[in-house]
Design a protein around this ligand. Structure first.
Ligand code: ADP
Length: 629
C-alpha cells in the first residue's frame, strides 16, 4: 500500500463471492478472460456511443483491447481504451454488488452441490471477480474519458481493497493480474503464455466487435486474435451452433448453453436483425423488479443500449440476445423507443418468433420444452394474467400442466380436449398451493369416479389468469372448486338430484346445527356433490373468490372483502350418518359442534395445508379424544 492510498472494506456480499472465487468451485478457470474482455468490450461500446454526442471524447487511437504478458513477473494485463471509470465509479462498481437478492443467491450457492455452483454463478454473472480464480492480486488503473486524473485500485481478494489517485496517459482501463502458479490438473492454465491466451480468446471472444491484440514487450501489436464477425447479420447456414452458443455466453454472462438460439431477419419496409436465446435455467432474480432484463440494442453494429426492455413484453423477460435495427438513430433514447413505431413492429416480430420457436419445441422436443416450462412457465403465464397482452390464444396453446391422468406428465389444453369424455362440455381444473396438495384434494373424488380428467395448477400466478375465465377454443375452463358441478348424463343428474333431495331432507336439521357452530368461519354448510370418500371439503360460491385467491390478494397488499368459504359435507359418509342420529337424540350434544369444527379443519388442511383457527380446532380434537379413550 503506497502513501495516499485508502483502504476500503468490500461489501459483505462481495467478500463472500470473493471467497467462493478464491476457493474456486469452477473447474474451467479460462473463462475469467472472457469476463474481462466482455467488460472491456462493454466499456468500448459505451465510449463509442458517447462519442456520437460528445466528439471531444474520441481517442486518437482505434478502440481496441490489448493483452500484455510479463512472463518473468508472471503478470497478465488486459487494457482497453474504453469509457473508463471515475474513482466513485470504481468504488461502486468493483466494491459492491448493487443488485438485490444477492444474499439469497449466496445462500443458494452455498447450499448447492459443487457441481451446480457454476450454473448458479453464471446466472448471477460474477464477471470481474472471477479473475480471482487465477490471480492472487489484481491491480486496476482506470481513467474516465473526458477527465484527467486516473484511479488505481488493488486487492488480494481478501476482505479489503486499496484505492488511490494515479496517472494514465489516456482514458481507459488496465487490469493487471498477478497470476497464481499454473495448476493444469485443476483447470488453472499458464496464462502468462501467449499461445494459451490466443486459444482462449478464439474460443470465447471471437465475435467481440473490437480487435483483441497481443501487445509485445517492444510495444509492437500483433494481428487481431478474434475475427470480430457480427454473428447476428450472417445467414443462419453460415453460423455454427457452437458460435451461437459462445455468443450467448457473451451477451448473457451465463455459463451454461442456451436451450435455443433464434436468429431473426426482418427485411422489407425496415431492416433489422436479431439473435435471441432461450436460456436453460431461470436467473436467480427472475421475479425481482431489479432483474437485469431486456435485449442489447445496436444500430448498424454500433452498440446503443443494454437492457432494452421496450423490445419484448414482461412475460418474455427471460429471453436474452441482441437486436440490430438498421434504420434507428444512434441518439435514440428510451422515451423515443417507447413511442417508436418501428420498435413496435420489431417487438411484434420478436414475440411472434419466440412464441413460434416455443410452439415448435413443444411439438418436436418435449424434453427441452419441459426444461423450458419448469424454468419459465410461470413467467409466460403472466402474459395470460395481463390485461394488455396480445396473442393470448397462442400463449394458451403453450400452457402445459399436470393432470389427474398424468400427475407427473405435462398436459396441454389440446391434449385434454382430445381425450375429453363424450358429453363433457367444459375443461375442468383445480388450483392449489402445491402440486401434491392439488393432486390429493378431496374435490377430485367425484371426477375421478366419473372418469373425468382434471387439470391441476399450483403456481401462484395460476389463480390470477384463470380468474379471467379464459376459454380454450369453444370450451370454457371451469374450476371444480366453486359453485355446483353437474356431472353425467341428464338422467344421471336427475337421479343424483333426487338422491340429494332425499338426503337434504334427512340432514336439514344437522346442517343447520353445524352452520350455527361454524357461523363465524363459513358462509354456509351444504351437502356436497363432489365427495365420495372424504367427509368434507371447502369450496367457493360460484361468484366468490377462491380461498387461495383471497390469501394471495391479501399477500399482495390488496384489501380483500371478507368472503367466507362454503363447507361441503359428504352425506354418504358414515360419520355424517352417526351425527344425524346423535342430533336427533340429543339436539344440544357438544360433540356436534366439535365434529363440525374438526370437519372444517380437515377441509382447510386439504385445501391450504393449515387450519385457519388452530386453537378452536385443537380444542375440538382434544375434547373428542377425551371421550374416545
Ligand atoms: P457486470 O459486468 O456483470 O456488470 P462486473 O463485476 O464484471 O459485473 O463489473 C462490474 C462493473 O464494473 C461493470 O458493470 C462496469 O460498470 C465496471 N467495469 C468493469 N470492467 C470495466 C472496464 N474495463 N471498463 C470500464 N468499466 C468496467
Amino acid at each position: 500500500m503506497t502513501q495516499g492510498a485508502e483502504r476500503h472494506e468490500f461489501q459483505a456480499e462481495v467478500k463472500q463471492l470473493l471467497d467462493l472465487m478464491v476457493h474456486s468451485l469452477y473447474s474451467d478457470k479460462d473463462i475469467f478472460l472472457r469476463e474481462l474482455v466482455s467488460n472491456a468490450s462493454d466499456a468500448l461500446d459505451k465510449r463509442r456511443f458517447e462519442q456520437v454526442a460528445r466528439p471531444e471524447l474520441a481517442d486518437a487511437a482505434a478502440l481496441e483491447i490489448h493483452l500484455a504478458v510479463d512472463a518473468a513477473a508472471r503478470t497478465l494485463t488486459i487494457s482497453d481504451n474504453g469509457i473508463g471509470m471515475s474513482k466513485e465509479e470504481v468504488v461502486k462498481n468493483i466494491g459492491t454488488i448493487a443488485r438485490s437478492g444477492t444474499k439469497e443467491f449466496l445462500a443458494q450457492l452455498k447450499a448447492a452441490a459443487a457441481t451446480d455452483a457454476p450454473g448458479l454463478i453464471g446466472q448471477f454473472g460474477v464477471g470481474f471477480y472471477s479473475a480471482f480464480m487465477v490471480a492472487d492480486r489484481i491491480t486496476l488503473v482506470t481513467r474516465k474519458a473526458g477527465t484527467d486524473g486516473a484511479t488505481r485500485w488493488e486487492s488480494t481478494g481478501d476482505g479489503t481493497y486499496t484505492i488511490e489517485d494515479a496517472e494514465r496517459p489516456s482514458a481507459g482501463t488496465s487490469i493487471t493480474l498477478h497470476l497464481k502458479a499454473a495448476d493444469p490438473e485443476h483447470g488453472l492454465h499458464d496464462y502468462a503464455t501467449e499461445s494459451m491466451l490466443a486459444t482462449i480468446v478464439k474460443r470465447y471472444s471471437d465475435f467481440v466487435g473490437y480487435p483483441i491484440r497481443m501487445a509485445k514487450a517492444d510495444g509492437e501489436l500483433g494481428e487481431p486474435l478474434n475475427s470480430q464477425k457480427a454473428i447476428w447479420d450472417r445467414p443462419k447456414a453460415e453460423v455454427t451452433e457452437q458460435e451461437y452458443k459462445d455468443f450467448y455466453r457473451h451477451v448473457s454472462h451465463d455459463w451454461t448453453d442456451p436451450l435455443r438460439s433464434i436468429p431473426v431477419r426482418m427485411e422489407g419496409t425496415f431492416e433489422a436483425y436479431a439473435l435471441l436465446f432461450l436460456p436453460e435455467k431461470a436467473p436467480f432474480d427472475l421475479y425481482s423488479p431489479e432483474m437485469k432484463r431486456g435485449l442489447q440494442l445496436y444500430v448498424k453494429r454500433v452498440f446503443v443500449m443494454d437492457e432494452c426492455k421496450e423490445l419484448l413484453p414482461t412475460h418474455l423477460r427471460f429471453v436474452r440476445g441482441v437486436v440490430d435495427a438498421h434504420d434507428l438513430s444512434l441518439n435514440v433514447s428510451r422515451e423515443i423507443l417507447q413511442k417508436d413505431r418501428q420498435i413496435q413492429l420489431i417487438k411484434k416480430q420478436l414475440v411472434k418468433k419466440v412464441l413460434g420457436a416455443l410452439d415448435e419445441m413443444k411439438r418436436d422436443k418435449p424434453d427441452d420444452y419441459r426444461t423450458f416450462w419448469t424454468a419459465f412457465g410461470p413467467v409466460l403465464k403472466e402474459g395470460l394474467a395481463g390485461w394488455d397482452t396480445q396473442d393470448k390464444d397462442k400463449l394458451l396453446d403453450l400452457v402445459v400442466t399436470h393432470s389427474t391422468k398424468q400427475p407427473d406428465g405435462l398436459v396441454s389444453f389440446a391434449d385434454y380436449v382430445g381425450r375429453m369424455k363424450e358429453g363433457q362440455d367444459a375443461i375442468y381444473y383445480l388450483t392449489g398451493a402445491s402440486k401434491d396438495a392439488v393432486a390429493r384434494s378431496p374435490l377430485l373424488e367425484r371426477f375421478a369416479k366419473a372418469g373425468h380428467e382434471v387439470l391441476l395448477f399450483s403456481d401462484p400466478i395460476d389463480e390470477l389468469w384463470l380468474e379471467n375465465a379464459p376459454r380454450f377454443g369453444d370450451k370454457p375452463l371451469v374450476s371444480i372448486a366453486r359453485g355446483d358441478i353437474k356431472l353425467g348424463s341428464d338422467e344421471e343428474q336427475q337421479a343424483e338430484e333426487a338422491k340429494r333431495d332425499e338426503r337434504k331432507a334427512e340432514l336439514a336439521d344437522l346442517l343447520i346445527a353445524m352452520r350455527a357452530a361454524l357461523q363465524e368461519d363459513v358462509k354456509d354448510v351444504r351437502l356436497s356433490t363432489r365427495l365420495t370418500t372424504s367427509p368434507s371439503c371447502l369450496v367457493a360460491d360460484a361468484d366468490d373468490m377462491t380461498p387461495r385467491m383471497q390469501r394471495m390478494m391479501a399477500q399482495l397488499g390488496h384489501a380483500v372483502p371478507a368472503v367466507k368459504p362454503v363447507l361441503e359435507i359428504n352425506g354418504d359418509h358414515a360419520l355424517i350418518g352417526k351425527l344425524r342420529v346423535l342430533h336427533l337424540e340429543h339436539k344440544d350434544d357438544p360433540r356436534i359442534g366439535w365434529c363440525a369444527r374438526v370437519l372444517l379443519g380437515q377441509a382447510q388442511l386439504a385445501d391450504a395445508g393449515e387450519v385457519a383457527a388452530p386453537e378452536a380446532y385443537n380444542q375440538a380434537v382434544a375434547e373428542l379424544m377425551l371421550r374416545a379413550v
